[in-house]
Ligand binder design. Structure first.
Ligand code: TYM
Length: 333
């Protein structure tokens, strides 16, 4: 039976990249009627320092973002990772399955640890083993993510395969990454070669899901572009990363494919296209930020939703964890 799992780190505000690459896809999968679990991965967030008050705020704000964007706690299981201890327990078992060499190859670790890898937390190094546990503790079959998580999902399959092989079982499924749509990799508005990221020091490089209409308009108007008009076919975007990024964003926000967008806007200058993108972005994003702010007025209600979702997640995870311990040879008396 198909089951969808994905997660986002509550390690800062949500960006347009998180929304288009992940949350919007989560909503699509929820509406397809498959069982869906969406997590705020607070245990992952603390692999780099998080101020406790900020972490609490960011976890609630992420939950508010999920709900404001269309995730419905009565249709999807919404919860935070630390409330379902099976994640950490299976994460430990997987730390004993995964190999150091696999972890060393992870580009996200290299990017995040930077030059001083000796000073990175052990948790940051082992991060992908916990991520594999997040997914496999529910026997999830599909994981919607942005392009940057592809390598981690390959490692998840490697962990599942090695576990099954080592113990001679066919227990953990081979999970399929779902990396689809026009915006699987939203780029910085200031530099078309860099990913849009919550950790970029320049706020102008990204659109935050909490930005108001004026801020969104200003950032898009200032977004880096080239001097040429837009092409009417995709091939015309190949050496134009900034143009490609804005067209991708337009396509994803309007639920059109890139070809359809270009057949409408091909030949236009950015001076004409950018105001169209501003209108579209404000139309789609403003209701979400307004609803997020409204939900944030009632943190107790958010905590209640997360508590309830955690209970439902636990009910699925516990029998799978027990079976895993049994396979490994642990006494559970
Ligand atoms: P995180 O928190 O960095 O990002 C959350 C999701 O947003 C996507 N994303 C983007 N998509 C398109 N363009 C961008 N510029 C962009 N920036 C971020 C990410 O691909 C991701 O889907 N390791 C994960 C969190 C995680 C997880 C999991 C995901 C932990 N356990 C289990 C799936 C399943 C991460 O750091 O995502």
């Amino acid at each position: 039976t198909p089951r969808v799992f994905s997660g986002i780190q509550p390690s800062g505000g949500l960006t347009l990249g998180n929304y288009l690459g992940a949350i919007k896809r989560f909503v699509d999968m929820q509406e397809s009627g498959i069982e869906t679990l969406y997590c705020m991965v607070d245990l992952h967030a603390i692999t780099v320092w998080q101020d406790p008050a900020d972490l609490r705020h960011n976890t609630r704000e992420l939950a508010a973002g999920y709900i404001a964007a269309g995730l419905d706690p009565s249709k999807s299981i919404l919860f935070n990772q630390s409330q379902v201890s099976a994640h950490a327990e299976l994460g430990w078992l997987f730390s004993c399955i995964a190999r150091m060499g696999w972890m060393k190859r992870m580009t996200q670790f290299k990017d995040k640890a930077g030059k001083n890898a000796e000073n990175a937390s052990l948790g940051l190094f082992g991060y992908p083993a916990l991520m594999a546990a997040d997914i496999l503790i529910y026997h999830s079959t599909h994981v919607p993510v942005g392009e940057d998580q592809k390598q981690h999902l390959e490692l998840t399959r490697d962990v599942a395969a090695k576990f099954n092989h080592d113990f001679g079982v066919d227990f953990f499924p081979m999970t399929e990454p779902v990396i689809e749509g026009a915006a699987t990799r939203v780029m910085s508005l200031r530099d078309g070669s860099k990913k849009m990221s919550k950790s970029d020091p320049s706020d102008a490089s990204r659109i935050n899901m909490t930005d108001d209409a004026d801020t969104i308009a200003k950032k898009i108007r200032k977004a880096k572009t080239d001097p040429d008009a837009l092409p009417s076919e995709v091939e015309g975007l190949s050496e134009r990363p900034e143009a490609r990024n804005l067209v991708n964003i337009f396509a994803a926000l309007s639920d059109m494919d890139v070809d359809a967008v270009l057949s409408d806007v091909g030949g236009k200058q950015f001076s004409e296209f950018k105001p169209m993108l501003v209108d579209l972005a404000v139309e789609k994003l403003s209701p979400i930020s307004t609803e997020m702010a409204r939900l944030m007025n009632d943190p107790a209600e958010i905590d209640r939703i997360l508590g309830e979702g955690s209970g439902r997640a636990r009910a699925i995870a516990t029998p799978i964890l027990e079976k895993t311990y049994d396979i490994v040879g642990m006494i559970r008396s």
